[in-house]
Design a protein around this ligand. Sequence first.
Ligand code: ATP
Length: 363
Amino acid sequence: MADVTIANVHKHFGGVHAVNDVSLQIHDREFLVLLGPSGCGKTTLLRMIAGLEAPSAGEIRIGDRLVNFVPPKDRDVAMVFQNYALYPHMDVAENITLGLKLRHTAKGEIGSRLTAAAEWLRLDGLLERMPRQLSGGQQQRVALGRSVVREPKVFLMDEPLSNLDARLRVHTRAELIKLHRRLGATIVYVTHDQSEAMTMATRVAIMRDGVLQQCDAPLQVYRHPANKYVAAFMGNPEMNFLLATPQQEGGQWVLSGEGYRLAVPPQRGAALAPYVDRQVWVGMRPEAITLAPANGAGFGIPAVVDVVSPMGGNSLVYALVNGEEIVADVSSDLEPALGDRVTLAVDPSRIHAFDRESEIALW
Ligand code: ATP
């Protein structure tokens, strides 16, 4: 079993609290993505699992074994880092297979693992090249190959696709998903790119300033973000936010702001009741917003179309609401003109709300 258990782990670098009381159970054979912006502590957490940093406090276990004091080479983990270090005087095949040779793996076995990895990573024609004869993306694939052939229990990957061009990144993403399925290995993968988390993760753990914010399946996080920070981080374009005040009008719950009113389903009433006449953050994903002609009355957000970005089947419409930009993801058939006055209609069942101070989700 290759569960990784992280229990109340801290890491201090002088005055920097890089990882702050993180507890996380990474399940055997899971593809767990650590997600967050630069500096949130995700690399430090990964390096502690690898054994390249020691926790200041807390415990890390791989399977049942406490590994806080186990050196990296004895942890049965393989690492692929942003800064891949290939041996410059060895060709690609030697770089990939060096670890196997050092472990005295049988020659035939080395050959078959090399062939499989080269095919998988599209390195077949490059095996005899030296690292200096490779592009950055190719070097990164060699680094991936080196870890794959070892067939470790746990793969630790730190932005391994960051040097690949956009097409190759999408291809390698799909291949990583297949690799994960085929090897039945546990993968812990660090990225700041929410689309990588969305497409590959079985679960995603989102960090902020060293603190774990939420850990769940990507779509679950997308649909039910724990707080405003997570809501903004998962999704592209980002969720839109406006301030509004909950009120009950007859039997209907309404969130009203400066010039706009949004209907909320009755089952949200209990969560909104403590906030009557106090402002909350309202969150709306771009795809929960449609464009309606300006109607003056009723529900919706009056706005002025500022930018239209056609994407093919859909268009991103950026509209101004009291000087704030709101983006709607609508059918490209709509083709609004710049300067058009429109009403943004929001699907009531897809409205999010967050406490204004704590930013915790109200539902
Ligand atoms: P990135 O995506 O930029 O790599 P990250 O989320 O992986 O960012 P970390 O590299 O884990 O972030 O860094 C977390 C915090 O710890 C940052 O404030 C960073 O400056 C600090 N830090 C990391 N390593 C060290 C170190 N060796 N000495 C001092 N501070 C460090």
